[in-house]
Design a protein around this ligand. Structure first.
Ligand SMILES: [Zn+2]
Length: 171
């Protein structure tokens, strides 16, 4: 079954991205293999994600193939030994599967599939300097002015007394 990815998918992508989605394109083909459900397709997202240091909006472009096999939770053995014996993927779909997941056995939430993909594809730490090296100094300056540390370091009054303490000689 071909599933066009509409607005709900763009919303899910923005949740996974933790930013705004500017452009979204994708398509899933969902097939059933006994109790397992395979989701295969492609996703392309252009989004705006805040810099992890200064918060300035940065444009990120993610894209790639999705190929996940979902098995009902009840079909996944609970003990470690059984998991080792479990062939991954647990069923031959006739096409390559890159990842495996689980679902409740009743309905598979495709928005969750998109959200999870965006979370994994998103850079874990994104700084202005990684997008444009020349922006690094400006990024640091923005961060310092926001956090109020542009001047002398401010010592928390609760700990300031520590700076006046002399270490006790050991002998
Ligand atoms: Zn920044």
């Amino acid at each position: 079954m071909q599933v066009p990815l509409g607005g709900w998918a763009a919303t899910a992508a923005s949740e996974g991205l933790e930013g705004q989605v500017k452009a979204f394109e994708g398509e899933f083909v969902v097939t059933r293999h006994g109790v397992h459900i395979a989701v295969v397709g492609e996703l392309h997202v252009v989004g705006e994600v805040p810099c992890d240091r200064c918060g300035a909006p940065l444009v990120v472009s993610l894209g790639g193939e999705v190929s996940v096999l979902y098995s009902p939770v009840s079909a996944i053995p609970e003990t470690i030994e059984d998991v080792d014996a479990l062939p991954i993927p647990p069923v031959d779909t006739g096409f390559p599967i890159e990842d495996v997941g689980e679902y409740d056995g009743v309905a598979l939430d495709l928005a969750g599939v998109v959200r999870e993909w965006a979370t994994i594809e998103r850079p874990h730490r994104l700084l202005c300097g990684e997008v444009d090296e020349a922006e690094d100094a400006a990024c640091l300056a923005r961060f310092r002015s926001m956090s109020g540390t542009s001047g002398a370091p401010v010592i928390d009054p609760r700990f300031s007394i520590l700076s006046t303490l002399k270490p006790v000689p050991e002998d």
